[in-house]
Design a binder for this molecule. Structure first.
Ligand code: PMP
Length: 299
């Protein structure tokens, strides 16, 4: 396989030569933002929505992205093309850039903009058939007035602490509670439960990243006539739900069948979860911004 080419501040650079300064505040302080995006069959899924979220994150932390939305959209497509990929996981990172050893972001001369497009590593298909076992961990998601989880910042230590707890327990994914004790997210996913035929997911004000997959799932569910409500979820609600699944760009829609030793519903992938997963897979593979002149999916 030939070496990956990385979009690095406007140039396509071989991966081994794409190096960020040790003075970059993304490295020194986690000062920056990012997006995780997917391309399916030569089309970038929900590119506009990812760019919206990136620009919102940038605005919130007063970071000036040195490209327009159109330029960034083209740079994402160009990076996928440059690497000859049709199915890809794309990481778009904008850090504050190189500065001095102090915190002050105004001392950073220019943001670093990096786009990596690579093959995606997925959960094994067997987990989609069987469903995940979850646990609630002691790491809490920060409150919206501490570090708003709606900002997709480079500061992922909170999620990493939760992932460490997952690893210590030998689990692929865990759930985090907010400071009020409501269930809010997985380490890199949103959460839904099913109760009496309706979907329930925590509201954004509970302190979550408003996932693009979450938004698509809510829209698809409503199109299919499934009620979807944004409500706080307690651990009791989760344990006693009929079904549960997590959503995220990498995982798509992944069922969960157990949490903290409690079997969720029947302990098998439920009918609504299966319906949502199928609808999501169909939709994600039939929409998006074409990367190549000839649309790969229809060629
Ligand atoms: N929550 C967190 C903390 C995440 O990191 C992610 C992945 N970006 C998500 C939720 C899911 O968001 P999306 O569907 O946009 O990938």
């Amino acid at each position: 396989m030939s070496e990956l080419k990385i979009f690095f501040n406007g140039a396509m650079v071989p991966a081994t030569e794409a190096r960020v300064s040790v003075f970059d505040h993304g490295f020194l302080y986690g000062d920056g933002i990012f997006e995780g995006i997917r391309a399916y069959e030569g089309r970038v899924f929900k590119l506009e929505e990812h760019l919206d979220r990136l620009f919102d994150s940038a605005k919130s932390i007063l970071l000036d992205i040195p490209y327009t939305r159109e330029e960034l959209a083209e740079a994402v497509c160009a990076t996928v093309r440059e690497n000859g990929l049709t199915d890809a996981y794309i990481r778009l990172v904008v850090s504050r850039g190189p500065g001095d050893l102090g915190l002050d972001p105004t001392k950073c001369s220019h943001p670093s903009v990096i786009i990596i497009a690579d093959r995606i590593s997925l959960y094994p298909e067997e987990l989609y058939q069987r469903g995940l076992e979850l646990a609630a961990v002691s790491t809490r998601r920060p409150a919206t007035d501490v570090l708003n989880p709606s900002i997709k910042s480079l500061n992922y230590l909170n999620n990493i602490l939760a992932k460490i707890e997952a690893n210590l327990r030998g689990l692929p994914e865990v759930v985090l509670l907010n400071h009020q004790g409501y269930v809010v997210e997985g380490t890199g996913d949103n959460i839904f439960i099913v109760r009496q035929g309706a979907l329930i997911t925590p509201p954004t004000y509970a302190g979550i990243l408003n996932g693009i997959t979450r938004q698509v799932v809510i829209a698809l569910a409503r199109e299919m006539g499934i009620t979807c409500r944004e409500e706080n979820i307690t651990l009791h609600d989760l344990y006693t739900a009929d079904e549960c699944f997590l959503t995220g760009t990498a995982a798509e829609v992944i069922p969960a069948v157990m949490c903290d030793g409690r079997v969720i519903g029947t302990g098998r992938v439920g009918p609504i979860t299966a319906k949502v997963l199928t609808a999501f897979r169909e939709y994600s593979r039939s929409s998006g911004v074409p990367v190549y002149d000839t649309d790969v999916a229809t060629a």
